[in-house]
Write a protein that binds this ligand. Structure first.
Ligand SMILES: [Zn+2]
Length: 174
């Protein structure tokens, strides 16, 4: 069990593109395990590998409710195939943008193609919180953050706040 440090806004690493996984091997499975440990520790409901500094197309998600049995999901090389016209609005947050939440509108239902930890190619039709979370995490693979879906004014405000906080952290480290 390894909890990895999280990459926080405005670190430019978060804007990197993640590369597809070629082979699902022991390294990939170990990385997925570490990502789940990191996500549960945070705690969060989703994490992309780039959020621990690894630009590979791996996501972990668990949208089970508090007190319910854990339902860890791993998506490798996920790709959205179809999206519904019907939108859904959810107040999103992000482990890389701690303590900031904003409403984001996304398609309510999506079909996604991905590879599982056994290297099997699967297709799933999902809705609800899982659909929102998957789209948020797939955005990370393209260097996109949920604040890119809110107004420019709000986005600039949150980036300014986190840039200031990062400078303060830097000053303390000296
Ligand atoms: Zn996020």
């Amino acid at each position: 069990m390894t909890i990895k440090p999280l990459i926080i806004l405005p670190d430019p690493v978060l804007r990197q593109l993640s590369k597809p996984v070629e082979t699902v091997d022991a390294d990939v499975r170990r990385l997925a395990d570490d990502m789940l440990d990191t996500m549960y520790d945070a705690p969060g409901i989703g994490l992309a590998a780039i959020q621990i500094g690894i630009p590979r197309q791996i996501l972990v998600i668990d949208v089970s409710k508090d007190g319910e049995e854990k339902q860890p999901l791993v998506f490798i090389n996920p790709k959205v195939l179809t999206t519904s016209d019907e939108p859904s609005v959810y107040e999103e947050g992000c482990l890389s943008i701690p303590d900031y939440y904003a409403e984001v509108e996304r398609p309510a239902e999506i079909t996604v193609e991905y590879i599982d930890l056994e290297g099997k190619k699967l297709t799933a039709k999902v809705d609800g919180l899982l659909a929102t979370c998957l789209q948020h995490e797939i955005d990370h693979l393209n260097g996109v953050l949920f604040i890119d879906h809110i107004s420019k004014l709000k986005r600039e405000m949150v980036i300014r706040k986190f840039t200031k906080a990062a400078k303060t952290r830097g000053a303390k480290a000296i």
